[in-house]
Write a protein that binds this ligand. Structure first.
Ligand SMILES: NC(=O)c1ccc[n+]([C@@H]2O[C@H](COP(=O)([O-])OP(=O)(O)OC[C@H]3O[C@@H](n4cnc5c(N)ncnc54)[C@H](OP(=O)(O)O)[C@@H]3O)[C@@H](O)[C@H]2O)c1
Length: 439
């Protein structure tokens, strides 16, 4: 009975989609693609103007996180916009930092370029945090072709945009990708931001790629956190040899994800263990500080080896010294380290940064569906407990990711059920009328 119902609704949805596709083609020829796309979308903008979410109105500790139902819905404003109903979000160390004001100077400039002229130009508040989303497209701009309303998608939300700890988030098509089908929204939300960061660091700064990694030795410091647990799996999928540093109690986790060799950084002889190993082609440093000097000495000299750190002073400098001085200071510090390391050991010293990249997430989605990358979700919180989720992250010692379920997937199922029942009834009504018309 259930499967007959499912078949019926699938058939109906197919014929509905075919009809929409046919009419899209016809209207596109007549230059009407925008209005057709708009007709099939179910934009909540026409139904509601406000949405629930967690905002901050000032920087500070956890107390500044406020739940409100009065956030203006972020509607589609440009032809490349994609509006997403958020099912799950996840937290990153950046959310804790941004809550306290980290990066405010540079991010404000990106949001409001005129703010370079003074503080009167635009405010970032109320600010929505949350850098990952897994959800469903509800509306698209006229030039969007890769996704359509109803598609399940995932994305990393750039830090200069309003975040995903709200009912809806709007991004550009380039930032959005189809979510892997084999995992839930909660699992999917654990991946995009760390994936875009790791890919940007390993590919753009580290010079690695799927086809050139099989003979490479890579060291990942801080392998038990969000970026580390993703990077281990990506590099193993690419065939690299992966060594990881982490606490002793995370060894089982990182070995389970494929790490070939593991060094407990809390052990007294951790440095000696690393120094006795064969040298590395690439280091991805998720820890920084004292680890930097140690890691630089572990690279193969004069062979194009690369040290890539995700722990950079750029935003801290612009926050503390102002835009111009901060950027100059960061630039000169990067330059002097790069020159020093290339001259002394022939190794490249680089900074890695998150970069928005939906097409890269398409590749990751395929790796997840192929079972080569597993989501590593350490903790999940309901939407009512966002401050508790921040508290968890703030305690440190992450083992993968902390996820917030913004829309409970049971709610999604009940919404689908309502939709399905409605379409079944509509189909039944249609079929009942058609024979009558034929006679
Ligand atoms: N530049 C960018 O665009 C960018 C983007 C994303 C992330 N990041 C930065 O990259 C870093 C990693 O991010 P993440 O999301 O993976 O952080 P995370 O989830 O908080 O993970 C950090 C991990 O490092 C471990 N750890 C701490 N000290 C360590 C040490 N000395 N040696 C080895 N492991 C150590 C922690 O576990 P234990 O403490 O239990 O050992 C934890 O598992 C953060 O500093 C983050 O801010 C930068």
């Amino acid at each position: 009975m259930g499967s007959v119902r499912a078949m019926a609704s699938t058939r109906l949805l197919c014929s509905f989609n075919n009809r929409v596709a046919d009419s899209t083609k016809t209207l596109a020829r007549a230059g009407w693609s925008l209005s057709c796309r708009r007709n099939v979308s179910s934009s909540p903008s026409r139904l509601q103007s406000c949405m629930p979410g967690w905002v901050i109105d000032q920087y500070g500790t956890n107390g500044v996180l406020t739940y409100t139902e009065d956030i203006p819905v972020p509607t589609v404003n440009s032809p490349s916009d994609v509006m997403i109903k958020v099912y799950a979000a996840s937290l990153n160390p950046l959310d804790i930092a941004m809550r306290g004001g980290y990066g405010a100077t540079l991010l404000k400039l990106k949001r409001h370029p005129m703010s370079v002229l003074g503080s009167d130009y635009g405010s970032e508040f109320p600010l929505i945090l949350g850098r990952d989303v897994s959800g469903v497209v509800v509306d698209c701009g006229s030039e969007v072709t890769h996704v359509a309303p109803g598609d399940e998608v995932w994305a990393a939300v750039p830090p200069w945009k309003q975040g995903s700890l709200a009912e809806f988030v709007t991004l550009t098509e380039y930032e959005v990708s189809h979510k892997p089908k084999s995992v839930s929204h909660a699992e999917a939300a654990s991946i995009p931001y760390v994936a875009n960061t790791a890919l940007s660091a390993l590919v753009n700064a580290g010079g690695l790629c799927r086809d050139s990694s099989s003979n490479k030795r890579v060291l990942i410091t801080g392998g038990s956190g969000g970026v580390g647990t993703f990077s281990i799996q990506l590099l193993k999928a690419w065939g690299a040899h992966v060594t990881v540093t982490c606490s002793q109690n995370a060894e089982g986790l990182v070995r389970g994800l494929g790490a070939d060799e593991v060094v407990d950084y809390t052990a007294e002889d951790a440095s000696e263990q690393l120094e006795m190993m064969e040298k590395f082609d690439v280091v991805l440093d998720n820890v920084g500080g004292e680890t930097e000097q140690l890691a630089l000495g572990l690279l193969k000299p004069w062979s194009g080896a690369k040290y890539v750190t995700l722990v950079t002073p750029l935003l801290l400098n612009t926050d503390s010294m102002g835009l111009l001085n901060g950027m100059c200071q960061a630039g000169s510090s990067l330059q002097s380290k790069a020159i020093q390391n290339i001259i002394s050991g022939g190794v490249f010293y680089r900074w890695g940064f998150y970069a928005p990249d939906g097409p890269a997430l398409d590749d990751v989605s395929r790796l997840v569906d192929a079972g080569k990358i597993l989501p590593v979700v350490e903790a999940q919180f309901p939407f009512t407990q966002v401050p508790q989720a921040f508290q968890k992250l703030e305690q440190g010692h992450a083992r993968g990711k902390t996820v917030v379920r913004v829309t409970e997937e049971d709610d999604q199922r009940s919404e689908e059920f309502v939709q399905e029942s409605y379409t079944d009834t509509a189909e039944f009504e249609q079929e009942r009328r058609e024979p009558a018309k034929q006679h």
